[in-house]
Design a protein around this ligand. Sequence first.
Ligand SMILES: NC(=O)c1ccc[n+]([C@@H]2O[C@H](COP(=O)([O-])OP(=O)(O)OC[C@H]3O[C@@H](n4cnc5c(N)ncnc54)[C@H](OP(=O)(O)O)[C@@H]3O)[C@@H](O)[C@H]2O)c1
Length: 294
Amino acid sequence: MMRLLITGCDGQVGTELTRQSRALGWTVKAVDRDGLDIVDPDAVNKAVRALMPDVVINAAAYTAVDKAEHARVTAFAVNRDGPMNLAAACADLDIPLIHYSTDYVFDGSKSDAYVESDPVAPLGVYGESKLAGEQAVGEFCSKHLILRTSWVFSSHGNNFVKTMLRLAAEREELGVVADQLGKPSSAAEIARLTLQILPGVEKYSGIYHLAQPDVTSWFCFAEAIFEEARRHTMVLKLEDLNAIATSDYPTPARRPANSELSCDKLESTFSVRIRPWRESLSEVIGKMKDGSVE
Ligand SMILES: NC(=O)c1ccc[n+]([C@@H]2O[C@H](COP(=O)([O-])OP(=O)(O)OC[C@H]3O[C@@H](n4cnc5c(N)ncnc54)[C@H](OP(=O)(O)O)[C@@H]3O)[C@@H](O)[C@H]2O)c1
């Protein structure tokens, strides 16, 4: 039986954490941005002191990768100062903090999977601000888990799966980038593993990669999404899915060409197995088909 404080509870990961931890019968205070703005240090201090949780989980973040290029101040406020406020409040009360970071702390130049100790070199403001958040948590709160994840999807919130299904319902032809590699990760699997490894937060403090096998490209992920959608008898207008290059799809933020995260450290330290993303994708699309999309 655990007592948790979950911030950013309306996001993809926050929603799943809240649902799954409550299903375990734990005592959970889940707060959205209106309930607790993590940028406000006094509010953060007050909230942590009022609950005195066993663990704080920060699922709040500024996640708009392209918008961040023109919103540096906001991105750093939420992604660096927010975790710093939580880490300082937790450290004062000797409470462990679990925080999420991103594959975008890497520049993508490595030819195989990134391990936790690989050099970081973010390509954009979002990655820079998340890296600054990792550093703040590491500096202020010794009892922590920093879980770097990637390509998050869920039936809840905004993500690639939902964008693809919306576009495929509207268009006959679609081009998707085939030269960026990474690991899609469902919010449900991230939450499941977070809650499973949570008791080890003090003993095994540190940075871990948490993403679902196997590595793929956005194009192949899109193919899988449409296969699953058709298998679940969703009606799609899409006829032609074309592989395109990153250079054919310019975006404000540069993205790593390879952001495959090796998760060996997490699996061996905590003796857990991460499920393949394909299984999670099928569940998410099944949920969307049932109309249980939030
Ligand atoms: N999404 C991805 O593909 C991805 C990839 C790699 C890593 N990650 C990391 O994984 C974690 C979870 O991501 P996610 O996809 O669940 O994010 P998300 O769906 O964008 O949710 C983030 C939540 O944080 C809230 N928030 C924003 N500013 C806040 C503030 N100042 N105080 C409190 N709450 C605030 C947002 O509320 P509003 O909606 O009101 O803004 C939103 O509900 C994040 O640390 C993210 O950086 C995500």
